[in-house]
Design a protein around this ligand. Structure first.
Ligand code: 13P
Length: 251
C-alpha cells in the first residue's frame, strides 16, 4: 500500500494573516480525515514559520522550509541556517528547487553541502530534480537527472533513507502544463531504478508541476509516484485538501 506525502510549496506567497487562517483551517479540516499513513506538509516562507509552528497540530501536518544555508551560523547576510529552521518548527526542507537552481545558481557542489547539513541536523530534505523543455526536446532528460542525482553519492549511506526526491519537470512548473502519465511513469520508474542500482533502496518520489485538484488523482495513482509537491494549488485550502482527499482514497 502506498504512503503518500502531499506537500505544499507556497513559494514567495502569503502574508502572516493569511498563513494563520490557512493553518487554523488546515488543523480543523484534517481532524475530520483519516490520513492513515499518509502525510501532509506545508513548506512556507521563512517569515511564516513561527506563526505556523505556534498553531500547527503536529499530529496532523508537518512544517517545512523552501531553502536554507549549509552553515550553522555566521556572517552570511540574508541567509537562514538549519538550526534556525529547527527552531522554527521545521521537519522538512526543500533543496535544489529549479527556481533556486535557475535564479540563484545552485549547483551540485552547493547542494551537496546543503543536503548533508540538513541531514546532520535531522531535517528531511526534499531534493528536487528535473529537466528543462530544451533538455527534454534534445533527449537528454535522463542525463540531466543522472547528473543532478550524483549529489546523493556524497551523502553518508545511512542517511539516504531520510531523503525524499521530487521530480519537477521545469517546463511543467507554474505553466498549467503537466507531464502526461506516460512521461511521469517513465521518469519515476527510471529514478526508482537509479536508487535501487546505486543505493539498494527505494525513496519517496514526489511529482511536481501544475498538479491540482483535477489532475492529482490520475497522477498519484501512477506507479512510483508517492506524493506531490504542489505550488499554485497549495495556496487555496480547498484545492490542497482535494489533493489530500485524492491521496487518501488511493490508500
Ligand atoms: P506549480 O504547482 O505552481 O506548478 O509549482 C510546482 C512547484 O514548483 C512545486 O515546488
Amino acid at each position: 500500500m502506498k504512503k503518500y506525502l502531499i506537500a505544499g510549496n507556497w513559494k514567495m506567497n502569503l502574508l502572516q494573516n493569511d498563513a494563520q487562517i490557512f493553518g487554523n483551517n488546515l488543523n480543523n479540516e484534517l481532524l475530520n480525515r483519516n490520513l492513515s499513513d499518509s502525510e501532509v506538509l506545508v513548506c512556507a516562507p521563512f517569515t511564516n514559520l513561527f506563526t505556523l509552528k505556534n498553531i500547527q497540530n503536529e499530529t496532523l501536518w508537518a512544517l517545512g522550509a523552501q531553502n536554507m544555508h549549509f552553515a550553522d551560523s555566521g556572517a552570511y547576510t540574508g541567509e537562514v541556517s538549519p538550526l534556525m529552521l529547527k527552531d522554527a518548527g521545521c521537519e522538512y526542507v526543500i533543496l535544489g528547487h529549479s527556481e533556486r537552481r535557475q535564479y540563484f545558481g545552485e549547483d551540485n557542489e552547493l547542494l551537496t553541502k546543503k543536503i548533508n547539513s540538513a541531514l546532520h541536523h535531522s531535517l528531511k530534505p526534499i531534493f528536487c530534480i528535473g529537466e528543462t523543455i530544451e533538455e527534454r526536446n534534445n533527449n537528454i532528460t535522463f542525463d540531466i537527472l543522472h547528473h543532478q542525482l550524483e549529489v546523493l553519492k556524497n551523502v553518508e549511506p545511512h542517511q539516504i533513507s531520510n531523503i525524499t526526491i521530487a521530480y519537477e519537470p521545469v517546463w511543467a512548473i507554474g505553466t498549467g502544463l503537466t507531464a502526461n502519465s506516460k512521461q511521469i511513469a517513465e521518469v519515476h520508474s527510471w529514478i526508482n531504478n537509479y536508487l535501487q542500482i546505486n543505493f539498494s533502496t527505494s525513496l519517496k518520489i514526489l511529482y511536481g508541476g501544475s498538479m491540482n485538484a483535477g489532475n492529482s488523482a490520475e497522477i498519484l495513482a501512477i506507479d512510483n509516484v508517492s506524493g506531490g509537491l504542489i505550488g499554485g494549488a497549495s495556496l487555496k485550502l480547498d484545492q490542497f485538501l482535494q489533493i489530500v482527499d485524492n491521496a487518501i482514497q488511493l490508500t
